[in-house]
Design a binder for this molecule. Structure first.
Ligand code: ACM
Ligand code: ZN
Length: 742
């Protein structure tokens, strides 16, 4: 195989590529199946037989990483008899962006033109897909393409669960196949330290292993040798690995190895549960900064990336508030509070990274107390953090929980939802828009113990993310995209990807009238059929045999009980049976108003969600729960006619790890006219706020009353996460799913 040729030959070829593309009859923008959709595709007459090609020629010695890769894709493919045709890789200074490329497939030559090696990698990804989609011969075509954003990433959390070098390689390969160019590698956490650091061996000997509640030991870390291998492997595929070393929070594994890094310097275990932990790095102790700088020096030695991610999210300030050293730092630096202390912490690390030629990325909490000079904000709690960053002239990466959290269930983020992601919010100036450098999907792995689950969570959703970060904003076409996704499934199978479903099989809406409601089911697509049955509450209690499933045709009138739905697709079950708990009661269809608004993240679909007869499940993201963060909500119902009632029942939720607690008290008042109120009663709850697990508790207030039109529910939030909790002092959540009036 020939590696280089005479420069003259290459210049001649460049003109040939340009000329032939313009004279052939082009069918513009035909969908040939690539994901992400290229900026421009023209299908030409004729076809290309892959087996004719075995040689790669390139004049540029600085492109060998990419051309070697291309060569390996075509190695040994040429038929014995056929002359080895040539894949030309040419430099084209006229291409306008680093990542842009032009691919010309003709029966007599394949030509890949780029301005920079990134463009070449992107063109190789298109070639890989074309070879997979058209295994024998592909249509002749021209692709002219460039990315919309320079930063197209996926976060992989290898701390909550550890993934082997082979799995990480598989993901690098897949990212590259879909032109994602960043692996954001989350390497340090409360539950495990996963990167070898020679200067602090206990980080690995102790910090990399946690004792599970069943007594078993879970853990592991990547050796420097393995990390170098992965960085090289990624570079050969046009992917950059950006390491994330979390500070000042999510640091319990490091503190377990070196307790003196925390404010109290007391021994703690590597965490074996999920959540946010209050043992964080002490901000008043200079030896903590020395430790972090030494760690970062070793990190920078391993990772050549310009960007280093330092986390910065979810750092409870409880320990800092009670630490003499931290308080001294606040005083000596003239800071106003612990938020500014966090800002001081990040600025100090940012300066250190900058002195070493690197740039800092942090989660949007790094905005609190003032943003460090050159810092880039990764917006996760919505888009607001990113907006604030670009308004102050900083760059931003968008990965909001609403669209980009692949650990979330398909019920909240399905393929279509990801495909609807728009990284640039409305209302920004041209200059501000340009500061949004891209986006990421985040794969947190608390509930992803193995490769199988990982595949099913990431795919096919990654295909949608890749397209939203690459293709022009106005090229979004859901129906057309979905058909390309179908064609990509066999390709994913070839890559041993056990992809999951595109969506839950069905969604539903409640049609609401005064004291009546119907559930309208909607199947995922026209190939999906739905079957339903109702198990009435009375029947559940005496456990009679369930009714048979019947085909769904029209909205189902709500009863007291469980509506179960089974979807089928092409004759087979599609997903498992879904259950919707419903209650008939007097407040259904009432008007709901609030003294303080519910959270925009947990809305239950709006005010009607509390009076729509549908109860929440033990998945607090099922769309049925309304959340209130750190406030005592007062909710008023107008029942729209006088009623006779005897009870108000309020199903609340507890999941201590996510700071959601059963409220200690609720009070109910009633009124005939909305002006004069009387006390109906109250319910107190003695549930231990530290009781773990996910559960629902229904608080009840009973009193026989006539002619009541208005009800007011006053909920006492726990207020702060309790002292014994790992995130003590943070604002507590209250979650309510329905106001049941009987
Ligand atoms: C995050 O999800 N805590 C960044
Ligand atoms: Zn301290």
């Amino acid at each position: 195989m020939i590696a280089t040729g005479s420069p003259l030959r290459f210049i001649g070829l460049l003109f040939l590529c340009l000329a032939s593309a313009s004279v052939l009859q082009a069918q513009r923008d035909a969908s040939i199946g690539l994901i992400p959709q290229p900026v421009h595709t023209s299908v030409l007459e004729g076809s290309v037989r892959w087996s004719d090609y075995s040689e790669v020629l390139c004049a540029r010695s600085d492109w060998t990483t990419a051309t070697d890769r291309l060569r390996s894709l075509f190695a040994g493919r040429a038929d014995e008899q056929s002359a080895g045709k040539i894949i030309w890789c040419v430099f084209d200074p006229a291409l306008d962006q680093q990542g842009s490329y032009r691919l010309h497939l003709a029966s007599d030559s394949i030509c890949l033109a780029a301005r920079a090696i990134q463009g070449l990698f992107n063109g190789i990804s298109s070639l890989r897909q074309l070879k997979a989609l058209y295994p024998e011969k592909a249509p002749a075509l021209v692709v002219r393409d460039h990315p919309r954003f320079v930063h197209r990433g996926m976060l992989l959390d290898c701390c909550r669960h550890f993934f082997s070098v082979d799995v990480v390689k598989k993901y690098i390969d897949l990212l590259s196949l879909f032109k994602m160019n960043v692996l954001h590698w989350h390497l340090t956490e409360d539950q495990g330290w996963r990167i070898e650091i020679e200067g602090y061996p206990r980080l690995n000997e102790q910090g990399a292993y946690r004792k599970e509640t069943d007594g078993s030991v879970y853990g592991g870390y990547y050796s420097k040798e393995e990390i170098r291998e992965l960085v090289r492997y990624a570079a050969e595929r046009g992917v950059e690995i950006i390491p994330e070393i979390e500070l000042p929070g999510h640091a319990q594994a490091a503190i377990s190895a070196y307790p003196e890094l925390s404010c109290r310097a007391e021994p703690v275990d590597v965490a074996n549960d999920w959540g946010v932990f209050k043992e964080i790095y002490c901000a008043g102790n200079d030896s903590v900064f020395l430790f972090l700088e030494n760690v970062l020096l070793e990190v920078m030695e391993l990772f050549p990336s310009t960007f280093i991610h330092i986390g910065g999210d979810e750092a409870p300030k409880t320990r800092w508030e009670a630490c003499a050293k931290c308080q001294r730092r606040i005083e000596s630096e003239g800071l106003s509070d612990e938020h500014q202390l966090q800002s001081y912490f990040i600025r100090r690390i940012e300066r250190f990274l900058r002195e070493h030629g690197r740039q800092l990325i942090g989660w949007d909490e790094i905005l609190e107390g003032g943003l460090a000079e050159g810092a880039i904000v990764q917006s996760w709690r919505g888009m607001e953090g990113g907006i604030e960053a670009v308004r102050s002239g900083h760059r931003a990466i968008m990965s909001p929980t609403s669209h980009a959290y692949f650990d979330y269930d398909l019920r909240s983020i399905d393929l279509e939802k990801v495909y609807s992601f728009e990284p640039v919010p409305e209302g920004l100036s041209q200059q501000e828009r340009q500061l949004i450098i891209g986006g990421e999907c985040n794969m947190w792995t608390e509930h992803v113990p193995d490769e199988k689950t990982l595949d099913a969570k990431v795919f096919p959703r990654l295909l949608a993310m890749s397209e939203r970060l690459w293709s022009p904003a106005d090229r979004r076409d859901w129906t057309e995209f979905k058909s390309r996704v179908q064609r990509m499934y066999p390709v994913l199978e070839e890559h041993q990807v056990g992809f999951g479903a595109e969506s839950v099989p069905m969604s539903y809406q409640v049609q609401l009238g005064l004291q009546e409601s119907r559930v309208a089911l909607e199947a995922y697509d026209e190939k999906t059929n739905l079957h339903w049955r109702y198990t009435k509450r009375a029947d559940q209690e005496v456990s009679v045999e369930a009714a048979p499933f019947r085909p769904y045709s029209e909205p189902i009138e709500v009863e007291d009980g469980t509506l179960s739905v089974q979807a089928t697709r092409e004759g087979r079950d599609f997903g498992s049976v879904q259950h919707i708990e419903t209650r008939c009661h007097l407040a259904v269809g009432a008007e709901v108003s609030y003294s303080k608004p519910f959270s925009s993240w947990y809305t239950a679909g709006g005010p009607d969600g509390l009076v729509n007869s549908v109860l929440g499940s033990t998945d607090f993201r099922d769309g049925c729960w309304q959340g209130f963060w750190g406030i005592d909500p007062e909710i008023t119902l107008d029942l729209r006619r006088p009623v006779r009632l005897s009870s108000v029942e309020l199903p609340f939720y507890q999941y201590t790890n996510s700071w959601i607690f059963i409220p200690p008290r609720v009070k109910v008042a009633y009124s005939m006219d909305g002006q004069n109120w009387a006390y109906m009663g109250e319910a107190r709850d003695a549930t231990d706020p530290m009781k773990r697990g996910k559960f629902i508790r229904t608080l009840k207030v009973n009193k026989e009353l006539e002619d009541v039109r208005f009800l007011r529910i006053e909920v006492k939030n726990l207020g702060k996460v309790p002292d014994a909790h790992e995130a003590a002092g943070s604002d507590a959540w209250v979650f309510l799913s329905e106001i049941i009036v009987l």
